[in-house]
Design a binder for this molecule. Structure first.
Ligand code: ADP
Length: 303
């Protein structure tokens, strides 16, 4: 079983020839809605691989919130700890994409901003009985810390994904991270140094470990990831694929990593397999729509 504490958003995507300027109304040629939020994405990825997943989250008591709950249930996720909240909207990302692929994005955290340590207390037994706890940064940090403390006290490994990027993270969050897993941009923002090559990723990982993280996995887009533990460093290249849409690749990676760790794989094996699954996700459009299911994967990946 995997417990994910995090965000759930509806993505509202509008496609226009060019981005509108202030005061302008443009005709859009397409509109789509997508399920998002890093917490929900990672939960869905792990569930599609076959994990029992409990999501601890908040949605609004509104159309989007009800739709999100129904969607999560369809994915087989345990939603008993997803609280429908009066008086706030479900989190949304309003996205405009132009013909050149440029975008503007406005995220309203809504109910995600109200996910509180009390919600974590209510989910205590789910956290303590999990094989892995997964947290990201789209909900208040006190909430993440509360969950991570419970997990660590119960001997449950914690995967912490410091996304979206922030310049500072409380020292305790590093110490509570069994696996601290930023992408190159987040690693660069946290260390204040460029992170582009596997060598730079290793240097950043060492610095994050000096701050208390037990193990670090830095994802490097098409170049895969670098895994740094107290004992060794391994650069794991991603399979060479034709990427059509990398949105959500990081979430596919984290959700898969959690799945394989929960199943008992060592960190290196889990990261290698997560690389392969994330590389599959970049070959089709959308976020959750691009996440594969266990049945669609080569047998050696999910056994
Ligand atoms: P994020 O989505 O957070 O920016 P990354 O870009 O680092 O994260 O991608 C996460 C993972 O997705 C990578 O470690 C890799 O496994 C996979 N991935 C991303 N882009 C590609 C690509 N172009 N080809 C193959 N794999 C990719």
């Amino acid at each position: 079983k995997i417990c994910v504490v995090g965000s759930a958003n509806l993505d509202l995507n509008t496609y226009t020839n060019r981005l509108p300027v202030p005061g302008e109304t443009l005709h859009a040629h397409r509109f789509t809605m997508g399920y998002g939020g890093k917490g929900a994405n990672q939960a869905v990825m792990a569930a599609r691989l076959g994990a029992d997943v409990v999501l601890v989250a908040r949605v609004g008591n509104d159309l989007f919130g009800r739709d999100m709950l129904a969607h999560l249930r369809t994915e087989g996720i345990d939603t008993r700890r997803v609280t429908s909240t009066d008086g706030v909207p479900t989190g949304t990302a309003v996205i405009t994409v132009d013909d050149a692929g440029r975008n503007t994005i406005a995220v309203t955290p809504g109910a995600n901003g109200l996910l509180a340590p009390a919600d974590v207390d209510a989910a205590r037994s789910a956290i303590e009985s999990a094989r892995v706890l997964v947290c990201q940064q789209e909900v208040p940090i006190e909430t993440n810390l509360a969950a991570m403390r419970l997990a660590v006290e119960a001997g449950v490994p914690v995967v912490f994904n410091p996304a979206p990027a922030s310049t500072t993270i409380p020292a305790e969050a590093y110490r509570l991270s069994t696996v601290f897993c930023p992408n190159e941009h987040e690693a660069a923002v946290l260390t204040g140094k460029p992170v582009e090559s596997p060598e730079e990723a290793e240097a950043a990982a060492r610095e994050l470990m000096a701050r208390g993280a037990h193990n670090v996995v830095v994802t490097l887009g098409a170049r895969g990831c670098v895994v740094v533990t107290a004992r060794d460093v391994t650069a794991l290249p991603a399979p060479a694929v034709e990427a059509v849409d990398t949105t959500g690749a990081g979430d596919a990676f984290i959700g898969s990593l959690a799945f394989f760790l929960a199943r008992g794989d060592d960190l290196m094996t889990a990261a290698q397999r997560a690389n392969r699954i994330a590389a599959i996700s970049v070959q089709s459009p959308g976020t959750q729509t691009s996440f594969p299911r266990a049945a669609d994967l080569p047998a050696d990946l999910v056994e």
